[in-house]
Ligand binder design. Structure first.
Ligand code: KG4
Ligand code: ZN
Length: 355
């Protein structure tokens, strides 16, 4: 693929159905030309898992199985397509089916992969296996087709914390990742410890509004150098602090913890963008829905002269539009995925070595 200053190189109007079931969202979407979201349906299972304080894999798999056909049918219908992908109004029929093959929960992934394979096989359309993490990168390109590249993308989700240089769609380098917990995982564990509920990120953000971010001076892990992250020490430091100060207000703990995570994420993203000579900075993944993180990143990027793109909150958290967009580009670069593809729960980011 030819690298270009702007991302908008491919403008054909192929329609790709995206299917996403890697964790606790059953999602389907139709995207035109890798850019235009014709439909995006997300059925969240948050209510099913909330009382357990986290995602229960067995329950997630069963819920995906119940919801997958209605969700796909709705996504096709909203996009003006029949349940088999033919146009209802004389327009273009569906061209391909993209599905998340990993990383994620095995029982959850299997539902989406089996559905996508069956659909593609029955309709004769090409199947495209998509890496969920690569999907998250397309959130920014979908919403800002003129994104100036190269961009440094901070991908922060429940399972991953990565700094990625994106030179063109499909051409990336991983600049840094977490040595232990992901940022979202730290939010979830601290929220659970404080009894704030699930999912932890939004719960901490809400609680922090009433707290003082300077109340507890948590050490900013590895902030002074490098592009690697570590959040497990901060998580245990937070737990230790609360045990030693039982009267501390939860709002102050939430605000101080959140400020600490944000300081580290912003400092390392700016460092990466300066080192790589990036033009833009983007956020991706569920934690990128965090309001104070968005504000702090926008401020810092503005000060350093980088363009910033903040995807909408729905595009940050798991959805299938980003999978369809990633699939559109993968089909162009790699062709269809073999029918033998399985679900790959431990799939790494493209180009990242396995541990
Ligand atoms: O990308 P995502 O929807 O699913 C994964 O692929 O992991 O990310 C989910 C993560 C969870 O850890 C959740 O607590 C976190 O994103 N999250 C947030 C916020 N909204 C979701 N973290 C901080 N602030 C938020 N507002
Ligand atoms: Zn995700």
């Amino acid at each position: 693929m030819v690298a270009s200053d702007h991302a908008s190189t491919v403008l054909d109007g192929e329609l790709v159905l995206g299917i996403e079931t890697s964790c606790d969202e059953t999602a389907a979407s139709v995207v035109e030309g890798g850019r235009i979201v014709r439909s995006s349906v997300v059925s969240s299972q948050i209510d099913l898992h909330a009382r357990f304080g986290g995602v229960v894999p067995e329950i997630a798999g069963r819920a995906h199985l119940e919801r997958i056909v209605p969700v796909i049918t709705e996504a096709l219908g909203v996009a003006g397509l029949s349940p088999t992908g033919t146009s209802l109004d004389g327009g273009r029929d569906l061209d391909a089916v993209a599905v998340t093959v990993g990383p994620g929960l095995i029982g959850a992934l299997l539902v989406g992969v089996a559905a996508a394979k069956s659909f593609a096989f029955a309709t004769g359309l090409p199947l495209i296996g998509v890496n969920h993490l690569e999907g998250h990168l397309y959130a920014s390109l979908l919403e800002d087709p003129d994104l100036a590249l190269p961009a440094v993308v901070l991908l922060v989700s429940g399972g991953h914390t990565l700094l990625v240089e994106m030179r063109s769609p499909g051409d990336y380098s991983v600049l840094g990742e977490t040595a232990d917990d992901a940022a979202g995982e730290a939010f979830d564990k601290v929220a659970r410890f404080l009894g704030l509920g699930y999912p932890g990120g939004p719960a901490i953000e809400r609680a922090a509004k009433a707290g003082d971010p300077r109340a507890i001076p948590f050490t900013r892990p590895m902030i002074a150098e490098g592009l690697e992250f570590s959040f497990s020490g901060l998580k245990s430091g937070t737990v230790r602090y609360v045990r030693e100060h039982p009267d501390v207000a939860s709002a102050d703990v939430a605000a101080s913890f959140q400020a600490c995570v944000i300081d580290v994420l912003v400092a390392k993203t700016i460092r990466a963008a300066l080192e790589r000579g990036a033009k833009s900075i983007c956020l991706a993944g569920g934690v990128a829905a965090n309001g104070p993180l968005r504000a702090a990143m926008a401020d810092a990027a503005g000060r350093e002269g980088f363009r910033i793109f903040l995807p909408s909150r729905q595009m940050c958290t798991d959805n299938a539009a980003m999978i369809a967009a990633a699939g559109f580009h993968r089909l162009r670069s790699d062709g269809p995925t073999p029918w033998s593809v399985g679900a790959l729960p431990n799939l790494r980011f493209p180009g990242l070595r396995s541990h």
